[in-house]
Design a protein around this ligand. Structure first.
Ligand code: GLA
Length: 327
């Protein structure tokens, strides 16, 4: 083949690649720690919706540990993405994630779980969107106490079991908020019993946490149950069922509102009374939009955005989900 022909051919190839790239949609990654949890599935669904509305593609990857996060970052960069949203499996990975992102020149927006440095302080320079955790926790405490009062339970026979996950700031703030509100509304402090989850926040680990408390306090007549999210609380409900505790003698309220829908749809009520519905859809849409606009249009997102919650119960959940565009 002549030299000229070869040069012409390679120029053609370069041109073809350039055309292909120019025609490609902008891309951002959306990495979540627990892809099996409905909360994160709703975030993904709304990230896709943002992509449809604004003309980008969200590459969705489940990243349950640090190694998977780092390889996902390499992957999305190799696929041409210029930024990503992440709910990290461990907030202490923040500095390492940022270093890897910088090495590929990727913009990063965090959702739900906020990065911390080695000394435990927040990485406030990284944009974050998440629950207004203390307020949402207080709403959970209030819903529990309101329902307890409505049922007219004698307060000295009531205990408040709180399924905690204190190594994560957002979940610690939720359970602290719930406890503070319950005490403000008249529950004696020494009637609060914490049940810490060991491992990931999932139904089985929460069942274990609750069983430790139920074994230690077998004679409690009335239980209020709160926790870090829906799965934490659902685990405690299952543990009570395992001990044949009467359904009507426990009131359980979760947080998320996304992971408890099958429970609220059960024909016979369980002790799961309701949940504080968070705005997973808004968070998924907003963070995807932020990452896209930052990476492709140079618009810097705000550093700290908080979302609110709303009580759903068996009575109103269909209506509220519809109003929030989450049905
Ligand atoms: C944490 C929890 C999730 C959900 C989000 C909401 O990531 O693990 O279940 O509650 O917070 O911000």
């Amino acid at each position: 083949m002549s030299k000229i022909r070869l040069i012409a051919l390679s120029l053609l190839a370069v041109f073809a690649v350039a055309v292909a790239m120019a025609g490609e949609k902008p891309k951002i990654g959306f990495l979540v720690k627990q892809p099996e949890e409905p909360w994160f599935q709703v975030e993904w669904k709304f990230a896709d919706k943002a992509g449809e509305d604004l003309g980008f593609e969200a590459i969705k990857i489940g990243t349950p540990d640090g190694e998977k996060v780092l390889s996902a970052i390499d992957n999305i960069a190799a696929n041409g993405a210029k930024g990503f949203v992440i709910c990290t499996p461990d907030v202490r990975l923040g500095p390492g994630i940022m270093a890897r992102a910088r090495s590929h020149d990727l913009k990063v927006v965090t959702v739900d779980d906020r990065f911390i440095r080695a000394d435990g302080s927040y990485m406030e320079e990284v944009p974050y969107v998440g629950m207004s955790a203390t307020n949402i926790g207080r709403q959970m405490g209030e819903a529990l106490m309101d329902e307890m009062k409505r049922r007219d339970w004698p307060i000295d026979e009531v205990r408040f079991m709180v399924i905690t996950y204190e190594e994560l700031d957002t979940t610690r703030e939720r359970t602290d908020g719930a406890i503070a509100k319950a005490i403000e509304m008249g529950l004696p402090e020494d009637q609060v019993i914490k049940a810490p989850i060991i491992g990931m926040m999932e139904i089985p680990t929460s069942i274990n946490a609750a069983n430790v408390v139920l074994t230690r306090y077998p004679d409690v007549k009335y239980w209020l149950i709160g926790g870090s999210n829906d799965n934490s609380v659902l685990g405690a409900v299952r543990a009570l069922e395992g001990k044949n505790h009467p359904v009507e003698n426990a009131i359980a309220v979760g947080i998320n509102g996304t992971d408890c829908i099958p429970e609220l749809e059960k024909p016979n009520p369980t002790s799961f009374y309701g949940s504080i519905l968070g705005l997973a859809g808004v968070e998924g849409y907003k963070t995807a939009e932020m990452a896209y606009k930052w990476a492709y249009l140079g618009e810097e997102p705000p550093l700290d955005t908080r979302t609110v919650g709303r009580l759903i119960t068996r009575e109103n959940f269909r209506q509220v989900l519809k109003e929030e565009g989450m049905d």
